[in-house]
Ligand binder design. Structure first.
Ligand code: 13P
Ligand code: SF4
Length: 304
């Protein structure tokens, strides 16, 4: 089938099924273009809650679909690629987290949304890259066990008075962005601003003109007077950045800033998912209730 025909068929089925397509900024460009809403992790959770449609088709990785299923139990959440998992989310598990909690009984547990629903259910509150500092500062506890991203933990630690106890996890796609890559790109494009995601290493963030979530980068690039940007995150966001700012230039900081899991959904799989109404993502009720509490507590934090 030609691409145009696949897109027509997706749109027909979307109406027939009363479905809405949500996609993350790291998805394939053609998937972003067919989606009803493209967002960062915070925006996608907020959008899932607002949706009136009966079916949410989630073009992203497993934890993103899980958050939608946790927050919207009355809706059917479809994953066009159920095996798209986030390697960082897979670095935290309930058993080791319970052990760590015992070692730090005074600490509140903040878990980055890039985690399983089971880990969320074990946590006091969730955060995203857009609101991590605000979430941590909203808590009474002075000690925070921060799961699973050690780089985001270090970024938060630099922006709060609280003691942050990091988990030993990271995003491979962001961890592979090295200081030398940034310096090389800065030498090549001396007029460009460097924008970076807080999942990057601290030494990379030190070189940034602005640190933000994917959506935050798009907002910053729009407001900035600069015409060129070196982008320190997964390169899929260049599509959204260029669409929002067609007159500006964006350069991916490194060819290694690529997330294979986020590219697993293509138009064919999206169509197949709508045709067959699969794969339905479900979360056991015993886990869902706890994960919902942690997500809703995050969504209620002011300034997010
Ligand atoms: P945000 O879009 O929330 O910045 O998330 C980045 C990410 O790694 C999602 O997998
Ligand atoms: Fe996970 Fe990193 Fe891929 Fe995001 S970019 S889904 S954090 S591995």
């Amino acid at each position: 089938m030609e691409q145009a025909e696949i897109i027509d068929r997706i749109n027909e089925l979307k109406a027939k099924r009363n479905a809405v397509i949500l996609a993350h900024y790291y998805s394939r460009p053609e998937v972003q273009d067919v989606a009803d809403f493209v967002g960062d992790s915070l925006g996608l959770s907020q959008e899932a809650v607002k949706q009136k449609a009966k079916v949410i088709v989630f073009c992203g990785v497993h934890f993103m679909g899980e958050s939608a299923a946790v927050l919207c139990p009355d809706k059917t959440v479809l994953m066009p690629e159920i095996d798209a998992s986030c390697p960082m989310a897979d670095m935290a598990d309930v058993g080791p987290l319970r052990e760590e909690k015992k070692k730090h009984p005074e600490a509140s547990v903040v878990c980055y949304v890039n985690s399983s629903a089971a880990v969320k259910a074990e946590s006091d509150i969730c955060c995203t890259s857009a609101n991590a500092v605000a979430v941590v500062n909203s808590l009474k506890a002075e000690e925070i066990l921060f799961v699973p991203d050690k780089n985001l933990a270090a970024y938060v630690a630099a922006h709060t008075e609280k003691k942050i106890i990091p988990w030993e996890g990271h995003c491979p796609s962001h961890h592979q962005i090295l200081k030398a890559d940034v310096l090389r790109m800065k030498a090549k494009y001396p007029k460009a601003k460097f924008i970076a995601h807080p999942e990057c290493r601290a030494e990379v963030l030190k070189l940034a003109d602005h640190v933000a979530s994917t959506k935050g980068m798009i907002v910053y690039a729009k407001k900035s007077e600069s015409q060129e940007f070196i982008v320190g995150t997964e390169c899929g966001v260049l599509h959204g950045l260029s669409k929002a700012n067609p007159e500006k230039k964006f350069y991916c900081v490194s060819g290694y800033a690529y997330c294979p899991s986020m590219k697993m959904v293509n138009l064919e799989k999206l169509l197949d998912s709508l045709e067959k109404m699969q794969t339905v993502l479900t979360v056991p009720e015993s886990v869902r209730v706890g994960a919902k509490r942690a997500l809703e507590r995050m969504l209620a934090v002011k300034g997010t």
